[in-house]
Every structure is written in C-alpha cells, then in structure tokens.
Design a protein around this ligand. Structure first.
Ligand code: RNT
Ligand code: ZN
Length: 417
C-alpha cells in the first residue's frame, strides 16, 4: 500500500475517535526543537583542546569522527537536519565560539565570536539559542562559580553571564526570533555543608547582577536550570529545584526542567500543569537519565510520551521551549541527534493524535476503566502511517533508510577526521 493510502486509512481510523490528523500535522510542523550543539563533540567546544573538564557532567565513549572544528560541527548538524522533519533551532554553548586562534576569556566574549554561527543559522533558516559555560575552566575547578566565596571569581562569572545575554540578544535581533539563554551552574558541595544558605545567597546576588539590565523578550529570554546532584556535588547543589523555581517566579524568568535533574523515578511531565499556573513560559531539557543523570540519547519511551502528552493536553505548546540535552560518545554523533530529535517529534505527534476529548469525557464521568482501556487500545492505532506520511511530505526519509545516509556520511566525511 502506498504511503498516501495508508495515511488515508489512518485518518479514517483516528476520525472515529474525533482526532483530526491533518490538524495534528499542521501543529507538529510548527513546533521547533532546539538541537544542542554539544552532542556533536562531547561537550568539548572550541575554546581549548582540553574538552569537557569538570562541572559534574560526563560524556563517555570514544566513537570515532567527532567534529573538531566549527566547520565540521556545522556540516554534521546540517546532515542531521536532513533526516529530521520540520524547521528547528540550534543551541550553542559559549565555548563554541570562534576566536580566530587568539585567547578570548569567557568574560570577554562578544557577538563577533559567533558571526559564522549567525551567518550559518540565517542560511539554514534556524533560530539560535545560547548557554553560558560555567565549567571546563580554571576558575570553575573548585566546583563553585556564581556562588564562589571569592568575590573576584564571582565577578568573573557574572561578567560571563552578562556577555552571554548580549550575544543572545544579538542572535535574536539578527535572526528575528528570541534566543533563549539557559543558565546552568554546577555549583555544589560533595559532602554535607553546614552553610547552604550563604552559598545560595551569593548565587542569588550574582544572578541579580547578571539580570540587572533589561533586555527585550523580543530578542532574548533568560532561563534557569535546576539540578538535584552532579558528580562531585552529591550532597548539595546550590541551584536546586526550589532555588530556581523561586527565582524564576520572583524574577519572571523561565524555569528549565531537565528530565535528568530530579530523583530517579521523578518525571518532569507532571510538573508542567503546576508551573503553567504561575509561569508564562518555560524551557525543557529533554534527556534520558539511566539510574543517574547519564544524558543518554532520548528514545520514544514512556517518559518522553508523558512529556509530550502533558504539553499537548494542557495546551502548552505555545509556552514551552523544547531543548534537547544528551551526549553519548559511544555511537555516531550525527545519528544520535537524529534518533533523539525524531523520537521527540514522534512523541509530540503521538500526543497530538491522542483522543484527548474522548478520554476527558470518560474521566469526567469517573469511568477510569474506560479511560485506561481506550488509552491502551489507542497505542496500537496506525501511528506509523501518519509519521511516515509526515516525513515524506517534509522531504526527509520516512523510515530506517536514513541510517544509510548517515553511514555514507560517516565513511566519506567523518572517518577521515
Ligand atoms: C548539566 C545540565 C546542562 C548541561 C549543558 C551542557 O547537568 O543538564 O544543561 O548538560 O549545559
Ligand atoms: Zn540540562
């Protein structure tokens, strides 16, 4: 059966459950996922040759062919985008600057160091997002940055934050879409501290200094990312959930929820409806923790389904910024981007095809039996036919054949690196 025929059959099946498939596809085509640059080179960046040092995060594996230059990273990302339906965004970290071989410290970075990225984004019709880098730096070695006891070190990192907001504002102006700047700091204690409050107070003051200047939300949006623990900050992370939830609410910032930053069985999906009552917009770092914040490549599992379902059911697609955050160095890095982003989009499509209206009616009538029965039967509806049709109409491979393209790219480009 042709893709179109299968699609028409699926459309009919879904219509019995009051699901408008065409409308779902239209909605999906407008959702932008922010692809994180750091899957392309194991969070190395181009500031120095040392790669990822510190910060309590870890990329494991040594799969060959990782991008060594901004040109290579852009070429890899372009290849990944060819396998991903829709138009999306790219998320840069400050260490992905182009300094022309001259040392530019983090408190000196400026829009000019990202000129090629902006040109590329324009040409590729991508929005850009941004992140200050509070790790892989001598002044972050103690495990403290914005909450460091030493005023001079705090000052350095405050300046970094200010530079990053300016760079993002520039992105937003040039690309005519606001750049989300996500603030994540690894600050924390390995063992039980006595004075948690002082460090949190310092963190709060530093953030206030960074955000002192108003920047138009038309160009730039600030987000703050909480975390439960990191490697070396097991006992206490300064920027905990409560810390950043409070900060974001008080200062009208976006809260960033990373799926790997909570207790192992605690999902982020349940949180969206609550925060939606108090916060205009929020950011996601969609990741896959396995027993810890391991940043595995996102797959289409129950956690991902729940994330998409809660966004769709609560009508939050216009208020959420979906970013990906994983880094697996044991597999082809282009494929990692493709697998993760396609999984994210599949979960969104599935959620858009959910018979929510019918499920809601059942729930309203306390028919939890019917709700569960329908939810389970719905899972085997002809989702694949709709996904394939979507990929086909978006001009990207509709099935596993994309891996052939990536393997070809691996042989002809990545293998010689
Ligand atoms: C770390 C945070 C953070 C980083 C990126 C590289 O636990 O999730 O978002 O992964 O900034
Ligand atoms: Zn994250």
């Amino acid at each position: 059966m042709s893709i179109v025929k299968q699609f028409e059959y699926a459309q009919e099946r879904y219509s019995h459950l009051k699901v408008d498939v065409k409308k779902a596809l239209e909605t999906l085509s407008k959702i932008k996922i922010s692809l994180h640059c750091w899957q392309g080179d194991d969070v190395g960046g181009f500031e120095s040759a040392e790669g990822l040092t510190g910060g309590g995060i870890l990329a494991t594996g040594n799969y060959p062919g990782k991008a060594r230059t901004p040109q290579e990273l852009r070429q890899d990302a372009e290849t990944a985008f060819k396998m991903i339906p829709g138009k999306h965004r790219f998320n840069l970290h400050a260490i992905y600057l182009e300094n022309g071989g001259k040392k530019v410290d983090r408190n000196e970075i400026a829009p000019e160091h990202f000129r090629n990225w902006v040109d590329w984004a324009k040409e590729q019709e991508l929005g850009l997002d941004f992140n200050p880098t509070y790790f892989s730096h001598p002044l972050a070695e103690s495990g403290f940055t914005l909450s460091h006891k030493d005023k001079k070190i705090r000052r350095f990192w405050v300046q970094h934050g200010i530079c990053c907001r300016k760079i993002a504002e520039h992105f937003g102006k040039k690309l005519k879409t606001p750049a989300v700047v996500n603030f994540w700091m690894p600050d924390g204690f390995k063992d039980y501290p006595v004075d948690r409050l002082a460090a949190r107070q310092r963190m709060k003051n530093s953030l206030d200094e960074i955000f002192a200047e108003e920047i138009s939300p038309k160009h730039e949006l600030d987000a703050v990312e909480s975390k439960l623990f990191g490697i070396g900050s097991e006992a206490c992370v300064i920027g905990s959930h409560e810390f950043f939830m409070g900060y974001a609410l008080e200062k009208k910032k976006l809260l960033c929820l990373d799926s790997g930053h909570f207790h192992p069985t605690e999902g982020i999906a349940d949180k969206f409806s609550s925060i939606s009552l108090y916060m205009k917009e929020f950011l996601l770092h969609v990741s896959r923790p396995m027993r810890w914040d391991s940043d595995h490549v996102v797959i289409w599992n129950d956690d991902l389904r729940a994330i998409a379902e809660e966004l769709v059911r609560n009508n939050l697609l216009g208020r959420v910024h979906i970013g990906l955050d994983f880094f697996d160095a044991t597999i082809n890095r282009v494929a990692a981007w493709v697998i993760g982003t396609r999984a994210m989009l599949k979960s969104l499509l599935a959620a858009l095809l959910e018979p929510t209206e019918v499920l809601r009616i059942l729930e309203t009538h306390d028919d939890y039996t019917g709700r569960l029965a329908l939810y389970e039967e719905w899972k085997t509806m002809p989702f694949g036919a709709v996904w394939e049709y979507y990929c086909e109409t978006q001009g990207v491979p509709f099935d596993f054949s994309w891996i052939g393209e990536v393997k070809k790219y691996e042989r002809s480009v990545m293998d010689s690196r």
